[in-house]
Design a protein around this ligand. Structure first.
Ligand SMILES: Nc1ncnc2c1ncn2[C@@H]1O[C@H](COP(=O)(O)OP(=O)(O)OP(=O)(O)O)[C@@H](O)[C@H]1O
Ligand SMILES: [Mg+2]
Length: 293
C-alpha cells in the first residue's frame, strides 16, 4: 500500500508534477492567471510571466490550459521545451502544430513561406471565424535570440483592433535579459508578471490545500505549526522545495511510526540532506540544504 494511503490520503499530496488540480491560487498566482486571461480575451498580444526555479510557472500554464480547454473560441498550442536548432525549425513546428503545412511542388517551404501561411491562417481564424489563437511557451528562457525574433515578427500581425496571435511566455529570470536584447520586443509586452515565493501564510495555505485535494479530511493536523515554521525557514516559500520537504516528512512519519510532523523531524531531514552523500559534491549545498535558497 502506498505511504499516502496509510496516512489517510486518496492521492499523493506532495507530488512534484505540475498537476493543475493541486494548484493553490496564491495572491501572486491568481494575479498572474487573471491578468493573462484578461489580456487573452482582449487580444492584447503578449504576456510574459517570469519566476525563479520552482515558483510554479509550469503549473500555472497547466491551469491556464485547463481554463482555455472549456472555451470553444480558443485555439491554442503549448511548447514545453523550446529548444530549436534554428528559427526555421521553430516556425515549422509552430505551423505544424496549428495544422498549417505550406506545400510547394518545386521547393521546400522557406521561412517567408511559412510566415505567410501562418499569417493567412491567423487572419482566417481570428477575423473570419472570431477565434483567439494562443501560443504558450514554457521554459521560454531557452529560446535563442533568433527564435525570439520569430515570435516578434508573428506579433506584428494585427488588425486595427487586435493582434492575430496571442503569446504567453513563461520563463526563468534570464528571459527578461534575452527579451531586452531584442529591439522593440520588451515594449510590446502587454502584461509582465513575476512569480515570487510564497509568504508563510500562503505556504501554509498551499500545504493544507494540497492535502485536501489529495482527499485528506481527517480532523487532525499532520503538520504542527512549529514544523511549518521550520519548513518555511528552510524553503523560503519556494513551492517545489516546500513540496519536496513535505513529501519526505510524511514518508518519515511512517518510517518512524509517528503521527505528526514536528520541527525536530524537519530539522533532522534537512540535516540529513546537508550531510547526505551526493549533495556534498555541489558547492551550493555544502552549507545549506537543497531546500534553502
Ligand atoms: N501555487 C501552487 N500551489 C500548489 N503547488 C504549487 C504551486 N506552485 C508550484 N507548485 C508546485 O511546485 C512544484 C514546482 O512547480 P513548477 O514545476 O510549476 O515550477 P516552475 O516555476 O515551472 O519551475 P522551473 O523553473 O524549474 O521550470 C510543482 O510540484 C507544483 O505543483
Ligand atoms: Mg517549469
Amino acid at each position: 500500500m502506498s505511504y499516502y494511503k496509510i496516512l489517510g490520503f486518496k492521492k499523493e499530496p506532495f507530488s512534484t508534477s505540475p498537476d493543475p488540480d493541486f494548484f493553490y491560487l496564491s495572491k501572486e498566482h491568481e494575479a498572474a492567471l487573471t491578468n493573462v486571461l484578461i489580456d487573452l480575451r482582449l487580444k492584447r498580444g503578449m504576456s510574459v510571466i517570469l519566476g525563479d526555479v520552482g515558483t510554479g510557472k509550469t503549473t500555472l500554464s497547466r491551469k491556464l490550459i485547463q481554463e482555455l480547454k472549456d472555451r470553444d473560441d480558443c485555439l491554442f498550442h503549448m511548447v514545453l521545451d523550446p529548444y530549436y536548432e534554428n528559427p526555421v525549425e521553430f516556425l515549422s513546428s509552430i505551423a505544424r502544430n496549428f495544422g498549417v503545412v505550406p506545400l510547394y511542388q518545386d521547393r521546400i517551404a522557406s521561412l517567408v513561406d511559412m510566415r505567410d501561411a501562418l499569417e493567412r491562417f491567423f487572419f482566417k481564424k481570428t477575423v473570419e471565424e472570431n477565434k483567439t489563437i494562443i501560443l504558450i511557451v514554457d521554459e521560454a528562457q531557452k529560446l535563442t535570440g533568433e527564435c525570439l525574433e520569430v515570435l516578434r515578427v508573428l506579433l506584428n500581425y494585427e488588425t486595427n483592433e487586435f493582434k492575430l496571435l496571442q503569446l504567453v511566455l513563461l520563463g526563468q529570470l534570464e528571459l527578461q535579459t534575452k527579451i531586452k536584447e531584442i529591439p522593440n520586443f520588451f515594449d510590446r509586452i502587454s502584461y509582465k508578471g513575476k512569480l515570487e515565493p510564497l509568504d508563510f501564510e500562503e505556504m501554509k495555505a498551499m500545504v493544507f490545500f494540497r492535502m485536501q485535494q489529495a482527499g485528506y479530511h481527517i480532523e487532525m493536523h499532520l503538520f504542527l505549526e512549529e514544523a511549518l515554521g521550520a519548513i518555511y525557514r528552510h524553503t523560503n516559500g519556494y513551492p517545489r522545495r516546500v513540496n519536496m520537504l513535505c513529501h519526505r516528512a510524511l514518508k518519515e512519519l511512517l518510517l518512524r511510526n509517528k503521527f505528526v510532523v514536528d520541527a525536530e523531524l524537519i530539522e533532522r531531514l534537512v540535516e540529513e540532506d546537508v550531510k547526505g552523500g551526493w549533495q556534498r559534491t555541489n558547492h551550493h549545498l555544502l552549507q545549506k540544504s537543497s531546500y534553502s535558497s
